[in-house]
Design a protein around this ligand. Structure first.
Ligand code: SUG
Length: 421
């Protein structure tokens, strides 16, 4: 059985918009009310997937969830109301949110070498801290159960109870000698973030570790730095990313950085911690540029590449650090900028857009795996059916709702995913 890392990107949905729904996510707040471009956004995301396939990597895809979400609108009594106040408009916008595109928040994944029963375990994230995200998991889990239906290889769990906020893989890192070797799973929780919520609860992380049958000796539970959350790092993956034996992190990512690095090195002696000091890249520059919301990937040559957003490459302090790192022969050998500006404007960088699953691709439902031909077919559907632009003031408009519903149906048709219709 050949275990490889598969990146499952969320396709940006046809209702992609900037309603400013995420407290603590600075990009979401700063772009609230702006016109969005769903078609361009989805094509940018597909461009990233094509880029990663061209690097020789295995690429998967998750489909957008049903929007506007009839279940949420019905449950809130908003089906037939013409909302008159701002609070109702926000709730309606929640039902239109395309936030499931950020699949790093879909689930937490523990690959087979880490689990007691030798299967890859996935737990859908409840995302309860943000109302517009809390609606995702029941549809997400349906999709996960289709993609990972092979019960000899996978176990898919419902979300943990909503009393404990769980944000999935965005607050989880796995380090290992190589993907197919047993890993050290690092769960990063928050306790406080000043004016902003700490979204990941320690008890949710601990529940996921138990559900997945992880060896307690190979788990770490570490606190995210409150300073980082207060500065806009609403998920750990905004300030740190790991791949195999490398942890790439900002100095201010963890509440107790030195203890965290020491605990990692004690459990995984080959671990290498690459720390970017605040004196070189300020926490503000790191968060604005999304340097760490990058895909740290092992390329087929065995070298590591870092897929960063263009915004990071355009930030002088960040570019300076990256160029110096590559020149000094650090573990990141290639820097690979991609354009995901539409997603970035809502706080979603390259790493937010993907869920990593280490598995044998032969055990995954092939409808969720991509090749160049399938990308082209999806691009054709997107170009034909995705709205060109959405003004948040138009959310709720009947004709726009029809357009969004028809667009998703056309995609499911091309992907032969009628079960999700
Ligand atoms: O949960 N933005 C998402 C971005 C998620 C990024 N994911 C990771 N870091 N892994 C969020 O804050 C914005 C929606 C709006 O404002 O309309 C939003 O949900």
């Amino acid at each position: 059985m050949a275990l490889v890392e598969i990146n499952f990107d969320g396709l940006v949905g046809p209702s992609h918009n900037y309603a400013g729904l995420s407290l603590g996510n600075l990009a979401s707040a700063n772009n609230a009310g702006e016109v969005s471009y769903p078609r361009a956004a989805a094509l940018q995301g597909l461009g990233k997937m094509r880029h990663n396939i061209a690097l020789g990597l295995t690429q998967g895809l998750f489909a957008p969830l049903p929007r506007p979400n009839p279940v949420l609108l019905r449950a809130l009594g908003l089906e037939r109301t013409d909302e008159s106040d701002a609070a109702q408009r926000r709730l309606r916008a929640a039902a239109w949110s395309a936030s499931a595109m950020w699949t790093a928040n879909a689930a937490t994944v523990s690959p087979a070498p880490d689990t007691a029963d030798g299967r890859c375990h996935l737990t859908a994230a409840n995302l309860v801290t943000m109302p517009h995200r809390s609606q995702e998991w029941p549809d997400t889990v349906r999709q996960l159960r289709l993609a990972f239906a092979n019960s000899a290889a996978f176990a898919v769990h419902d979300a943990v109870p909503a009393c404990f906020g769980d944000e999935g893989a965005a607050n989880h890192m796995r380090m290992c000698a190589s993907h197919e070797a047993p890993g050290l799973e690092i769960f990063v929780y928050g306790t406080t973030g000043g004016a902003f919520p700490a979204r990941q609860h320690e008890q949710a992380s601990r529940a996921v570790a138990r559900l997945h049958g992880l060896d307690p000796e190979r788990c770490l539970f570490v606190e995210q730095s409150p300073e980082a959350i207060a500065a806009g790092a609403f998920h750990n993956d905004v300030v740190a990313v790991a791949n195999e034996r490398v942890l790439f992190t900002h100095e201010k990512a963890f509440a107790e950085p030195e203890e965290t690095y020491a605990a990692i090195q004690a459990r995984l002696p080959e671990a290498e911690v690459v720390v970017v000091p605040a004196s070189v890249v300020s926490l503000q520059d790191a968060i604005r540029s999304y340097l760490f919301n990058a895909q740290l990937l092992t390329l087929p040559t065995g070298e590591m590449g870092l897929v960063i957003p263009l915004e990071a490459w355009e930030t002088p302090s960040v570019r300076g650090w990256l160029e110096a790192h590559v020149a000094s022969n650090g573990p990141i050998r290639k820097v690979l900028p991609v354009d995901v500006r539409q997603s970035m404007a809502n706080g979603g960088g390259p790493a937010c857009l993907r869920l990593r699953v280490v598995a044998d691709p032969a055990t995954v439902d092939p409808r969720f795996l991509l090749d160049e031909g399938k990308i082209e077919r999806i691009e054709t559907v997107v170009a034909r059916t995705w709205p060109e632009q959405i003004d948040p003031a138009d959310l709720g408009r009947e004709s726009l709702a029809r357009e969004v519903i028809v667009a998703r149906a056309a995609l499911l048709d091309v992907l032969a995913l009628s079960e999700l219709a």
